[in-house]
Design a protein around this ligand. Structure first.
Ligand code: FES
Length: 320
């Protein structure tokens, strides 16, 4: 995976627990164009690698902005970024990758975020605003004090009434609010959601039946529930080069390929970032990831090799 050096050029305390970091290229050049909703890998001061969504305007190629929430259980990831970075610190980052993108055409784009999940939505809202497309951004947070980027969203970004805040809605009150938000959607509408898993499940369960799962776009920050591995068995992977590898019941595809010198990139190793995805030429995968969409899983022509396995005795794979 291509990595490059950046410098921290600005740090803002968005809330007590969230800081935003503006990053510029260390070589003074601009960044390459990328689609809204992308995320990058950041190698932190303790060499821990984490993925963060870009929340700056995707057409501003002078700088990236990421927002980092200090996780209470952090042992070197978000805590190290909060405590050890200062303006001028150097970091290594990857090029942006996209798992969630703005749909090409829609009669309405509805962005629904909870908590720190608002970050990719801000970038997507910037793009929709610039293209003059109909959108609204709904932001759920426990309170105004805990919500990041309220000033930006209310004033500086120019989204106006397209931004609606939903503060302090208890979990059992969320379905009613979501039903109201999603009312009037058609099969040509697209909904995008990012936040805690339970929140995204609620959005999917309400929007999916109206729009179809392909029109509900989800950005996961966490791996899904651990798979039941008790029935796992060995299977074979054949590469398009003709090499064949046995994948034992207790090893992942990517582990076996990497130790045999096959250059598969990885990042999260939990099925959320999409870095290790390979093409499936033959055989049937058993998908266990949170990075491929429902329709991509149904198509069975890609596999996240860090977590997913095979239903068939052999998979033929190709490197992307
Ligand atoms: S390495 Fe992130 S999905 Fe496999």
């Amino acid at each position: 995976m291509g990595m490059f050096k950046v410098l921290v050029s600005e740090i803002l305390e968005e809330t007590d627990h969230i800081k935003s970091f503006k990053l510029v290229r260390a070589d003074g050049r601009g960044f390459d164009p990328y689609p809204a909703g992308a995320h990058i890998d950041i190698v932190g001061p303790t060499q821990v690698v984490r993925q963060y969504s870009l929340c700056s305007p995707p057409y501003d190629l002078d700088a990236y902005v990421v927002a980092v929430k200090r996780e209470p259980e952090s042992r070197g990831g978000s805590a190290a970024l909060h405590d050890r970075l200062e303006v001028g610190s150097e970091l290594e980052i990857s090029a942006p990758r996209n798992l969630m993108q703005v749909a090409g055409s829609a009669d309405r784009h509805v962005l629904v975020a909870a908590g720190i999940g608002v970050t990719p939505m801000i970038s997507m809202a910037y793009q929709l605003q610039r293209e003059g497309k109909p959108f609204e951004l709904h932001y759920f947070a426990r309170s105004r004090e805990l919500a990041a980027f309220t000033d930006l969203l209310e004033e500086r970004c120019g989204f106006g009434e397209k931004v609606r805040f939903h503060f302090g809605i208890p979990r059992d009150g969320q379905p009613a609010v979501l039903r109201e938000i999603l009312g009037g959607l058609t099969g040509a509408s697209h909904v995008y959601t990012c936040g805690p898993e339970g929140f995204m499940d609620r959005v999917l369960s309400l929007a999916g039946p109206v729009l179809g799962e392909d029109n509900v776009h989800i950005e996961h920050f966490q791996a899904g529930e651990p798979a039941d591995t008790s029935g796992d068995a060995a299977f074979e992977v054949e590469l398009d080069s003709g090499e064949v590898f046995e994948i034992p019941a207790d090893r992942s595809i990517v582990e076996v390929l990497q130790e045999n010198g096959v250059p598969v990139d990885t990042s999260c190793k939990e099925g959320i970032c999409g870095t290790c995805v390979m093409g499936v030429l033959e055989g049937e995968p058993e998908h266990r990831d949170n990075c491929l969409s429902a329709s991509e899983k149904k198509a069975n022509d890609q596999i996240a090799t860090c977590v997913s396995r095979a239903r068939s005795a052999r998979l033929m794979l190709e490197l992307f």
